[in-house]
Design a binder for this molecule. Sequence first.
Ligand SMILES: CC(C)(COP(=O)(O)OP(=O)(O)OC[C@H]1O[C@@H](n2cnc3c(N)ncnc32)[C@H](O)[C@@H]1OP(=O)(O)O)[C@@H](O)C(=O)NCCC(=O)NCCS
Length: 149
Amino acid sequence: MLVRRARREDYAAFAAIEAQHPGYPAWGEKGFADEERNRHSVTLAAETEGAVTGFMNFWILRPQVQLNTLAVAAGALRRGTATALLGKLYEYAAKSACREVDLEVNERNAAAIALYRANGFEVVGKRPKFYNNTDAALLMRKALPERDK
Ligand SMILES: CC(C)(COP(=O)(O)OP(=O)(O)OC[C@H]1O[C@@H](n2cnc3c(N)ncnc32)[C@H](O)[C@@H]1OP(=O)(O)O)[C@@H](O)C(=O)NCCC(=O)NCCS
């Protein structure tokens, strides 16, 4: 598996992956394209044998990285794709001297919460009725190790 910067040609595949996860807040192709104008924004693609199998977008807002969206193709789940994308995020965070990663996740999204806990994230807050005025969002945070000087 390869994790690389996303290209415009990837956005259709990202939207197709979003469509495989009903209820997941989709950005659509335009949402990914709009991020190109945000200088804090990084979008990554995971690729296996030439096929896009996952994506991630985050903002580098030193001293913090804000993880905005992450999804993996339905046919590629539980093979370490999200873990690999997170690994690349940590590399960006270290290079940018960021101290923590923050995200919001639907409190009913057990798979994502398990992924983040396995990655050392902790719940630091809760926003009631955050999604469609119904489900709460959990705020999760991971502190990053201080970089060697
Ligand atoms: C959440 C999601 C990104 C995980 O992607 P993934 O590539 O399957 O995750 P990984 O293979 O890297 O999983 C790493 C670990 O996370 C945990 N995990 C991941 N999916 C899990 C699940 N369905 N149930 C329980 N634990 C899970 C496990 O600890 C797993 O390790 P293991 O497979 O050795 O047990 C994927 O399920 C997805 O795309 N969901 C829909 C979109 C979404 O909800 N995104 C999160 C936005 S906040």
